[in-house]
Design a protein around this ligand. Structure first.
Ligand code: GDP
Length: 349
């Protein structure tokens, strides 16, 4: 899932700590200089002083073997390589800057035990990634729906996203998730624009045996959403919306109207991980124009880069709620920042 990102961080960590080892081999020769003092017999005051000096040198040399200080030059050399790899893997600049600042703060000019250097670099990278991913507050949709049910109302979810990113299938996956938790979803076909959008959603509703509220093509999407909210015997309303490739003012006005009428508990953006920096730009725009509360990142099974995940969270400040990792109804993984960070860096740090 995050193969490239994983490799880039690993290579950087190993190279930066490996570079120090090379330098230290040269340092290790220092005891030989000090060793020469050993040959002299110590009797006079002067010789005694030399002996003391010898001990000081030995101590210093030993310390240099076990402790290390990274120079800015060494750091820059390897960070510039990492930086290019991160950009190629859809990691946005503010994240790269954060990684750099954290590494510089904890490594540059500081004496560190040589044996711990690799671990330290990995720890800083891992913590930075975890902090970015875990910053936005998570929302448990099933839990929220159960709470709303207890209070006698339904959870209303407005689903947005560009066509082809997996919005319809994700709605079906969410419906399946709610059904498994004994909650009754209703689907609202509020994309009345795209040819076959209603049929596509109807097919999922049929397969999952859930109700679908639909009007004719060209009908007012807000009216469809309104009817779904009025429907009886439901615990969750999932509103599908139009998502043309060109995110123009007309589309945004239409979506804003649906939101105004539906008054959703949450507005969720569905975006495909493989869109990379395009997804980040789209997410920012949806957030600015409509307002989003969370993101479902699809197609992570076919994205081996992984950077979009970090970038979209950083750019919107919104949590990733689920990852879509396949075309089956159960291919929806609840997002867990710790689990993802461990997948990129490994468990122990
Ligand atoms: P929409 O236009 O945004 O409603 O997108 P669809 O739900 O129709 O999905 C577009 C295509 O992406 C379909 O072929 C889906 O099967 C596929 N798709 C959606 N989510 C995923 C996913 O998580 N992984 C993979 N591999 N394909 C997905």
């Amino acid at each position: 899932m995050f193969d490239f990102l994983k490799k880039a961080f690993k290579k950087f960590t190993e190279q930066l700590s490996g570079e120090k080892e090379e330098k230290e081999e040269k340092v290790e020769k220092k005891p030989e200089i000090a060793e020469e003092f050993k040959k002299e017999k110590v009797e006079t005051e002067e010789k005694k002083k030399k002996e003391e000096k010898k001990e000081g040198l030995l101590e210093k040399a030993a310390k240099l073997i076990t402790e290390t200080k990274l120079s800015e030059e060494q750091f820059n050399k390897f960070f510039s390589v990492l930086e290019i790899e991160l950009i190629q893997n859809n990691v946005a600049f503010p994240i790269i800057r954060e990684l750099r600042e954290n590494l510089e703060r904890d490594l540059l000019g500081k004496s560190l035990p040589k044996a711990k250097l690799e671990e330290k670099i990995r720890e800083i990278l891992k913590q930075t990634v975890f902090d970015i991913l875990s910053k936005p507050k998570q929302v448990d949709l099933v839990d929220l729906a159960k709470k709303k049910k207890e209070s006698g109302s339904a959870l209303v979810l407005l689903i947005l996203g560009v066509n082809g990113h997996g919005k319809t299938l994700t709605i079906a996956k969410l419906a399946n998730l709610f059904i498994k938790s004994n909650l009754r979803p209703v689907l609202a076909a509020a994309d009345t624009f795209r040819a076959a959008a209603i049929e596509q959603l109807a097919e999922h509703a049929n397969r999952l045996n859930v109700r679908l509220i639909a009007h004719k093509y060209g009908a007012d999407p807000a009216a469809v959403a309104f009817d779904a909210i009025k429907a009886k015997e439901k615990d969750v309303v999932l509103i599908d919306t139009a998502g043309r490739q060109t995110l123009d003012a007309n589309l945004m006005a239409e979506l804003a109207k649906v939101k105004k009428v539906a008054k959703p508990d949450l507005t969720i953006l569905v975006g495909e991980a493989i869109a990379g920096s395009d997804l980040v730009a789209q997410a920012k725009l949806f957030n600015e124009k409509i307002g989003i509360d969370g993101i479902i990142l699809t197609k992570v099974d076919v994205d081996d880069k992984g950077g979009a995940l970090l970038s979209v969270v950083q750019a919107t400040g919104k949590p990733i709620l689920f990852l879509g990792n396949g075309q089956g109804y159960s291919d929806l993984i609840p997002f867990d920042a710790e689990e993802i960070t461990n997948k990129i860096f490994g468990n122990s740090s």
